[in-house]
Design a protein around this ligand. Sequence first.
Ligand code: GLU
Length: 506
Amino acid sequence: MERKVRVRFAPSPTGALHLGGVRTALFNYLFARHYGGDFLLRIEDTDQTRYVPGAEEYIIESLKWCGLKVDEGVGAGGEYGPYRQSERKAIYKAYAEQLIASGNAYYSFDTAEELDALRKACEEQGETFIYNARSRKKLKNSLNLSPEEVEKLLNNGTSYVIRFKMPENEELCLHDVIRGEVHFNSSLLDDKVLYKSDGMPTYHLANIVDDHLMKITHVIRGEEWLPSLPLHVLLYKAFGWEDTMPVFAHLPLILKPVGNGKLSKRDGNKMGFPVFPMEFTDPATGEKWHGYKEDGYFPEAFINMLALLGWNPGTEQEIFSMQELCELFTLDRVKKSGAKFDPEKTKWFNHKYLVAKSDAELATLVGETLTAEQLEFNRSKVERICGLMKERYNFVKDLYEDCRFFFVAPTEYNEKDCKKYWKDDAPVLMKELLELLKSINDYSFQNTEKVISAWITEKQLGFGKVMNPFRVAIVGAAKGPHMFDVIEIIGKEETIRRMEKAIATL
Ligand code: GLU
């Protein structure tokens, strides 16, 4: 019988969720939706030394902001819980012992100091120490000690770890959906620690046990986990769970915008773009990191950009709704080579989503800021302004900044623009224009354009000579849309008020 697709996003709460982590979550989510499966959130917090307070909440909030609804897991509940590994502590020990009983794992009593000394000694001879088939025979573990000695050490509370007994010199040919066949030789791998005497499993053991118990069908995760694949597959075999072993898919790296290598959080700070979905303050260092959310990105734009980092639809289409992504996403369209991150393209996506919003939607967003600033506004005017201006911007906050003059008369005038456009003849010229403006009653674009243009032609003044100082007077700087649009929106009274003030001030 075909099993129901079940995938999980399994972050460790060791800090803010990097955009690479969000992409992993997204691909899992899309995969689940495409096949009508379940998307789980499991928190892998077995390494208490790396635990960062607030990180779990951050992860949950970020997924929410991105619109990645969790079907089952931390924060969502479900019948395979608990979904936080620290709450599953009691489960793992029996599995570690099962592996010892079947001869696939063993107790190791070597102290950290002893292992360090071995590592050093090897280094001095230009070699690397590996705890594996070759070295384990000489070390302090249950493979070499007598059962009585082992019993004694365990009973007197000697600290130990349980290690996986990696087979010697086995050629492993494993399958990854994205990479095809991947080959490993087991002699190059070490006897990884699975369980520690403090009662905590390591990532490897907990991850496999939980994927099995939670009936995970596909493991979709970052390429950095590919080296763990042979151990994971061998663990499935050792447990006798091969029949239901999940399918593995390791996603390509996300690369720096320039140069080589993996995109790091430092790249973001260096080049001025966020690498985190939301703002994050590191509780240990107080260091603050930008977030896409607070920087004014729409979650849809952020998601659209991430979807194309490693996946492609096979067509030229670039803009996808979440619904479309769910319909189109399959793993065979995920490539294995790294995907270059492009911060400019991310802005472009935001622009596309901004322009696609209706004037009414944008007016709501702009209106929120106007209200927060206690500025009075007329809703239909704001809509008109948004429609007029949106093509120019990537972010609502920039649109707002540039449109603020519609609602607040200039209190200062841009110095450079004044020097350039408010020449000696400006006061006289503007006084004449003011008289004309007073005589007009119909402030529609069509009418003011007709009347003022006729006046300029008749006086043989040149358009720029009039319109530039006019703009400085009304807007406060040489920016903004067409002046006839501006005065139609602010209206006659306000136009005259601003002209009088400018003439008196400048
Ligand atoms: N806890 C691992 C991480 O932080 C999960 C890796 C996996 O998906 O197996 O990425």
